[in-house]
Design a protein around this ligand. Structure first.
Ligand SMILES: *Cc1c(COP(=O)(O)O)cnc(C)c1O
Length: 221
């Protein structure tokens, strides 16, 4: 079923939209089934689970960390993670830079924005991000590459609201790109959209979707 679901999802998104298959809580066999259809990008939101899966599964998988990342755990994923979606504080970004330097790497990251109504979701607001981008210490970071933005919409049936929130994130992306990343072509990713709302997100300019349950089935946890 996973292979079938995956091919269906792939068929429903434009070829220039990157699919992150969100495999959190799912066993290695499920990931391998997706892998055998050609999928190489997987998303996880728990550090220990990601470390274990990275050790056990094929080495050409690109692992994305999509959840809330605690500063003290950055060191465990720094050797191999290929994109960290949820940078929600300058302190976290500094830590990623430090650990990347120790590993002699440059780690790609996205800045997470709080666009939803729910308080439970993490992320910067516009002003906070602007303040960070203006810092000299931000410009000095050599081992992180800010590739774009990420956000999660409110969990609601109200499509207009979801659409509105995604549009807001796209606007932030454009404003920040033109002010702070004008000469940096790497700043190009808008990660938004999950199983329940990825079509809306793509309509609002998403070029990276993070899809779990539609591919792997419902999660128990
Ligand atoms: C779990 C998760 C997803 C995938 O959610 P589905 O609804 O299963 O597609 C996407 N993004 C983040 C940040 C997640 O934690």
């Amino acid at each position: 079923m996973i292979a079938v679901n995956l091919l269906k999802v792939k068929g429903s998104i434009p070829t220039d939209v990157t699919l992150v298959a969100v495999s959190k809580t799912k066993p290695n066999e499920a990931i391998l089934e997706a892998y055998l259809t050609g999928q190489r990008i997987f998303g996880e939101n728990r550090v220990q689970e990601l470390v274990d899966k990275h050790e056990e599964l094929p080495k050409d998988i690109e692992w994305h960390f999509i959840g809330h990342l605690q500063t003290k755990k950055v060191k465990y994923i720094a050797p191999f993670v290929s994109l960290i979606h949820g940078v929600d504080s300058f302190k976290l970004l500094l830590e990623i830079n430090k650990r990347a330097k120790n590993e002699d790497r440059i780690i790609d990251v996205l800045i997470q924005f709080h666009i939803a109504q729910e308080e439970s979701k993490f992320g910067f607001d516009f002003e906070e991000a602007k303040e960070m981008f203006e810092k000299k210490e931000f410009a000095d970071l050599e081992n992180v590459n800010v590739r774009g933005v990420m956000g999660m919409a409110t969990f609601t049936e109200n499509k207009e609201k979801v659409q509105d929130e995604f549009r807001t994130l796209n606007n932030y992306f454009e404003v920040f790109r033109s002010h702070f990343f004008k000469y940096n072509e790497d700043f190009s990713i808008i990660s938004m959209g999950m199983s329940g709302d990825y079509e809306i997100a793509i309509g609002e300019g998403s070029n990276m979707v993070r899809i779990g349950s539609t591919i792997f089935g419902a999660r128990n946890t």
